[in-house]
Design a protein around this ligand. Structure first.
Ligand SMILES: [Zn+2]
Length: 370
């Protein structure tokens, strides 16, 4: 029984249930052992631990300081070790394999090409290496019985001035696996409106984008991302709760922005463990996802950075299920929400919902009923 008196789901169910992940960073999802191997290859001596378990624990601890800026510092290591085509290919391949083994059927993985240029690669070479790694990992996973499809998002950094160039690569690679664009990095002092030309370019090209907003920063950041930049989705968006008042009788009153986000069905890419680490939420049980799901927002569940949070999609769902008594029906609701919000074409989204997600949950439900 959980603390609320509901029989918990068997733990393997979280892995076996089909899942859809829209917000996952390539440089935040490396295997600790891979970091050690890559460090040995290039003579990198700055890693804070020499064995995979201790190294994995260090990342989680360093990322749990409660500050978004310190959280972002942990990326110095993962980025330093992914500066060659072979390292990028390996990391992308393993990303596909790890997600597929965890029961993810559709994922959009994002990375910033500009972070991988210090040893002479061009942006194009970075993108090609990652796409090739994804293709290889996807085929290998399928051969092992785990079907997965990967869409790639190219990220521009808020603090840089090359967002337009990254956006042009999104359009150039749109028929080769890249499905959208993202802006990431520290929010304070770097509003998304600095990159309006990139967003307008993508809109004119009928392309899709999401913006990290409303994580460390509040409502103005969400408002700019939607009403000035035209974001299709919000990365995190947790601070939207600042525009919602819960009344003493349990009903809620929505402000204009929160109402707009709900009315327009703007997807929120929520990352529970990551939000607790950066202080955007006090705990999983107090995470706004519970309130927002209850109010019918287009909420999705995501991992953000699996290495820094020591997490996986199945773990995020297990934590939510424990905190909010979520059932298989809730998991399916989040998963369908995410699939509807994906950047691949509508008919392809429907196909995954009808051929993978619905039958997967129906089979699990039948099994659990026995
Ligand atoms: Zn993120």
């Amino acid at each position: 029984m959980t603390s609320h008196g509901v029989a918990p789901l068997p733990s393997e169910v979280f892995v076996r249930a089909p899942k859809v992940l829209l917000h996952d960073h390539l440089d935040g999802g490396l295997r600790p052992q891979t970091l050690l191997d890559l460090a040995a290859e290039v003579g990198y001596t700055d890693l804070p631990a020499g064995d995979p378990v201790a190294l994995g624990a260090w990342f989680v601890e360093a990322a749990s300081s409660g500050s978004l800026e310190r959280y972002l510092e942990t990326f110095a290591h993962t980025v330093a070790l992914t500066q060659t085509a072979s390292a990028l290919h390996r990391v992308a391949r393993e990303c596909a394999l790890d997600l597929a083994a965890d029961g993810v059927v559709y994922v959009e993985v994002r990375f910033a090409p500009e972070l991988h240029l210090t040893r002479g690669l061009t942006m194009r070479e970075v993108i090609d290496a990652v796409l090739a790694g994804f293709t290889e990992g996807t085929m290998e996973a399928k051969a092992a019985g785990h079907w997965i499809r990967i869409g790639t998002l190219l990220t521009a950094m808020r603090t840089s001035s090359n967002a337009r160039e990254v956006a042009e690569f999104v359009v150039e690679y749109r028929d080769r696996g890249v499905v959208g664009f993202d802006i990431a990095g520290a929010e304070a002092g770097y509003p998304p409106t600095r990159h309006l030309d990139a967003f307008h370019y993508l809109q004119r090209e009928n392309s899709h984008f999401t913006i990290h907003a409303g994580e460390a920063f509040g409502l103005p950041s969400i408002w700019e991302a939607i009403q000035w930049c035209g974001a299709d989705r919000l990365g995190h968006g947790v601070r939207i709760v600042d525009d919602i008042e819960v009344n003493p009788d349990g009903t809620a009153t929505l402000g204009r922005l929160a109402a707009y986000v709900r009315d327009r069905r703007i997807p929120l890419e929520m990352c529970p463990s990551s939000n607790v680490q950066t202080g955007a939420a006090a705990s999983i049980a107090e995470h706004p996802i519970g309130l927002l799901r209850g109010l019918g927002f287009r909420v999705t569940v995501n991992t953000d950075n699996r290495l820094m949070s020591g997490t996986s999609m199945s773990r995020e769902f297990a934590l939510l299920s424990e905190a909010f008594d979520y059932t298989l029906d809730d998991m399916q609701w989040f998963t369908v929400n995410a699939m509807k919000s994906a950047f691949i074409p509508f008919d392809e989204r429907l196909e995954i919902i009808n051929d993978r997600i619905k039958p997967g949950y129906a089979a699990l439900r039948a099994e659990l009923a026995d």
